[in-house]
Write a protein that binds this ligand. Sequence first.
Ligand SMILES: [Zn+2]
Length: 383
Amino acid sequence: MQFRSLLLLACFSCTGAIVRQQHAFLHAAHGQSSGLLQRQEYGYHSTDEIHQELVALSSRCHGMTLDTKQAGSQFIDVVTIKAPGSKPLNKNFMLFGEHARELISPESSLHFIKTLCGETGDNDRASRILKDSEFQMVVNANPESRKAVEQGDACLRSNPNGVDLNRNWAKGWEPVAPFAFMSQTSGGEKPFSEPETQLFKELVSAYKPTMFLSIHSGTKGMYMPWAFNGTATTRNQAAMLDVLNAVDKNHCECPFGAMGKALGYKCDGTSLDWVYDELKTPYAFTFEIYGPPSENDGLRDAWRKQTQTAGAFYQGQALHPLHFSERQTDLVQVKGEPSDAGHCFSLFNPDSKATYDSTVQTWSAAYLDTAELVAANMKKQGF
Ligand SMILES: [Zn+2]
């Protein structure tokens, strides 16, 4: 019997964690067959189905290429979309699915690719955006762990080595999680110790994006550097904030701003901070695209208060810690829950067909808007 050591409930890309009891795959698989069927009805794809869809799309979508890269034991799909003959000034690199249990992140990627390929309705808009923007996407960054999630290990966040792929980048990296038991947020033995982060680093460095976006779930929020400390960044701050403000208002109504500052605690070794700092990428963001619906009112209230005091951001004052306090309360409540995979699934992922559909549609539109606004800002900035 294969035991996976301590599993944690960590509810967004960057968070403290709640310890769960050790449990076996077999235990986790208890009662999962009906859950898997139900999730297929909602619209979810298995890792294999995502790959098959990408293969099929690449054969009929003009300007799309699919490249499957090996990173250690994992085979990772990389999609590039560039309209034939175009010379876009905005190069968008998007990283989906670093955390395996956040199934909805790669789902939103697949829907977005279909949108760019003109298969979800608004072909004219997609064509317009592809004049000024091209895209490279890591669609499903942690596929072997995602497969374990699909088999019922629904709280699994880390890669097959037990390392958090969004803690293993060199900026603000820390050697171990603050407590030994926080194994799912382990940053690994050293920065870029993992074959997956080595691959992502190589890809993003070669692509030289002008916009970088890492996509997560567990709450809703729209963030920019820094994550590794509680200060706001200065390079291109106003232009990045301008994009977040507009996309947030239209699609999220959720907290936004400098990640560590807005959350009220730091996140070490994230892709967001490394890309922004090392590659000098002008626009670097992390989106949290789904949280339990019971939190939506609180998140909207936090967003309203934040927009009323937006000037505080520029003055370097702390943003409201309201969101973080509420989240901590939720985490404490979660800690008392039995460690069942079904509960973990619904913390990170839509649990009905209606919410699945609205989430992938909303965020595909948000990704389009982000690319469009970044391109427009870049023109104004003289790129
Ligand atoms: Zn995450």
